[in-house]
Ligand binder design. Structure first.
Ligand code: HEM
Ligand code: CU
Length: 561
């Protein structure tokens, strides 16, 4: 319809000239506020845990280690990361697709309140010590049923938000036939497809297995099946947070350093395989689990390494952009161009360190995907060190870097030089804390110190007493981290409510001049989703049928705490 089209492009122009509409900004600001409050609470609990395991803090009787560990995991991997991702991509959708449709805006709010309501239901039993099941809630550990009802609402909220994103994208595509989805919205589409795919598994686990079992409608639960469904979700969730960070690396960072995006095709070719092949990676969390045949485990090593490949493409592409841009600014020599990077700009520094952290983080991940090596590190502190590098550095430091332009963009304020300095100091303290904590965790893990274990001296056994200095270092790292958390949360709320008024742009880099045109087949989302479903069936049908057909007697619920 011609008039609708005209109106649309007018709205798009208005959006570019005046920035984001107040209503759309309010949505993203609400999501980001929740994310950073979750960071504050989660970080505080992280410090308590770290000090407990360092042996310097005895927790009061009303807050035990396992309860705090459950809350820390939930606040940071479920609440903080999800709310940030949604706030960021909804701002991206609004900015690049001409403002949110009124219907989509409504869905974003319904999704928000469903997630909050779900989270309140989850928190109540956790606070009452009725749900110290960790964020993985593996059966046969059983929490109060209300905990799982809360999870259901969180999933429903995610579905509502994903549907909103799909409607927004479909509407844009209808009005822009034959055009490529703007790159930020391309990433968003991939992320919301993965969110639906991931949460479908956990919804089946919670609705059809755990809830009937904790309500006493069935006697036993198939433990292996529930773990398998959980990891299809859990693995994909963390990869979604990673893909969110990657979107900023490709799209935003080149603009911030004053360069261009390189190879739009390569960028889209990183998103597509990550969408198609991601969910099946869940099995690498089960290398040590029984009841999965060797052949299947072998296939999954390949599948996990296959998702490593796009990361190598990313590393190449980004360093190429860095070098090009620095050389254009007069950088010289084999490595001398490095000096030309804007090291004093927190919007670059923080995500840059995040990217570098992904090198040891990814290497550790390859260790864990290898059967023999994983036997040494499985369920030790090594693994905790690994995911504080991947999530605590690569993902979260990118989110921090984003916050220094996204929050001012949303609140129509500016990043002042003073606040930039706060950001740089925050980045340095966080880096120091994570490096100290993660290195100690990796080493003490190699010695055998288990994760998820409250402080104990093991009857003063000499071998395990040797772990203590490393655990003390974990406590020191944790202290640095909490200082950095406080600075970061201060920065976010200052930029949201008090920073000087002004216009801040949503930085999206242009393609390099003379870049080849991206072929249109990259837009065939229907095909990518079908391929994703095929890969999932290839990976899951045989093992799941096997787990159901050859199931041992189900387990009754246990409360071990
Ligand atoms: C202030 C910053 C942080 C500190 C001091 C901290 C510290 C810790 C400590 C000491 C553990 C316990 C390990 C164990 O005893 O098994 C832990 C677990 C964990 N942390 Fe953090 N962490 C921080 C930030 C983060 C962030 C930003 C994330 C993710 C976005 C995160 C995700 C997790 C997860 C998923 C666990 C595992 C929980 C479980 O085993 O159930 N942490 N953290
Ligand atoms: Cu994984």
């Amino acid at each position: 319809m011609q008039p609708a089209l005209k109106q649309n492009s007018f709205k798009e122009k208005a959006n570019q000239v005046f920035g984001i509409s107040l209503e759309d900004a309010r949505i993203s600001k609400s999501y980001l506020s929740v994310a950073f409050i979750a960071l504050l609470l989660g970080g505080l609990l992280g410090l308590l845990q770290g000090l407990n395991r360092a042996g310097v803090l005895t927790l009061p009787s009303w807050a035990n280690y396992y309860q705090i560990l459950t809350a820390h995991g939930l606040l940071l991997v479920v609440v903080m990361s999800a709310f940030f991702t949604i706030g960021y991509f909804y701002a991206g959708l609004s900015h690049t697709l001409g403002g949110l449709l009124p219907k989509v805006r409504k869905m974003a709010w319904i999704g928000f309140w469903m997630k909050i309501f779900g989270f309140v239901l989850v928190v109540i039993p956790v606070l009452m010590n009725e749900a110290s099941v960790m964020y993985t809630f593996y059966p046969p550990l059983a929490a109060h049923p209300v905990f799982y009802f809360g999870l259901v609402f969180i999933v429903l909220g995610i579905w509502m938000l994903s549907a909103g994103a799909f409607i927004q994208v479909a509407n844009w595509r209808k009005n822009h036939k034959g055009q490529h989805l703007p790159i930020m919205s391309f990433f968003a589409t991939g992320v919301f497809i993965l969110l639906v795919g991931a949460t479908a598994f956990v919804a089946v686990e919670v609705l059809f297995m755990i809830i009937p079992w904790t309500l006493g409608w069935v006697d036993g639960i198939n433990v292996m099946l529930s773990r398998t469904l959980f990891w299809a979700f859990g693995h994909t969730a963390v990869n979604i947070w990673y893909l969110t960070a990657v979107s900023a690396w490709y799209v935003v960072i080149p603009k911030i350093i004053g360069g261009n995006r390189w190879s739009d095709l390569l960028t889209r070719m990183v998103v597509i395989p990550l969408v198609i092949m991601n969910i099946t990676g869940g099995f690498h969390h089960q290398i040590v689990d029984p009841a999965i045949s060797e052949g299947i485990k072998y296939m999954h090593v390949f599948m996990s390494l296959a998702i490593g490949f796009p990361s190598l493409m990313t590393a190449y592409a980004l360093f190429r952009v860095f070098e090009r841009t620095a050389r254009q600014k007069g950088g010289k020599g084999l490595l001398g161009w490095f000096k030309k990077m804007p090291w004093g700009d927190v919007r670059f520094l923080s995500p840059f360190i995040a990217m570098v952290a992904f090198i040891p983080a990814g290497a550790g991940g390859i260790v864990q995907s290898t059967n023999q090596l994983d036997q040494v590190v499985h369920n030790t502190m090594w693994v905790v060190g690994h995911f504080h590098l991947t999530l605590g550095m690569s993902v979260v430091m990118t989110f921090f870097g984003i916050s220094y332009w996204l929050v001012p963009f949303l609140s129509k304020r500016v990043l002042t030089p003073a606040m930039n300095k706060v950001g740089v100091i925050q980045t340095i303290i966080w880096t120091a804390g994570m490096v100290i904590m993660a290195i100690s965790m990796h080493i003490v893990g190699l010695f055998g110190s288990p994760r998820r274990t409250s402080f104990t001296t093991y009857g003063n056994f000499a071998e395990t007493l040797g772990w203590n200095p490393y655990m003390a270092a974990v406590g020191i790292g944790a202290t640095f981290l909490l200082i950095a958390v406080i600075l970061q949360v201060y920065a976010v709320f200052n930029m949201m409510f008090f920073a000087p008024k002004g216009e801040t742009e949503f930085p999206i880099a242009e393609e390099e001049p003379g870049a080849a045109k991206t072929p249109y087949w990259t837009e065939r989302w229907g095909v990518w989703v079908v391929l994703m479903l095929l890969v999932i069936s290839m990976a899951y049908v045989i093992p799941i049928v096997d787990m159901i057909v050859n199931a041992p007697p189900g387990s009754p619920p246990f409360k071990t705490w």
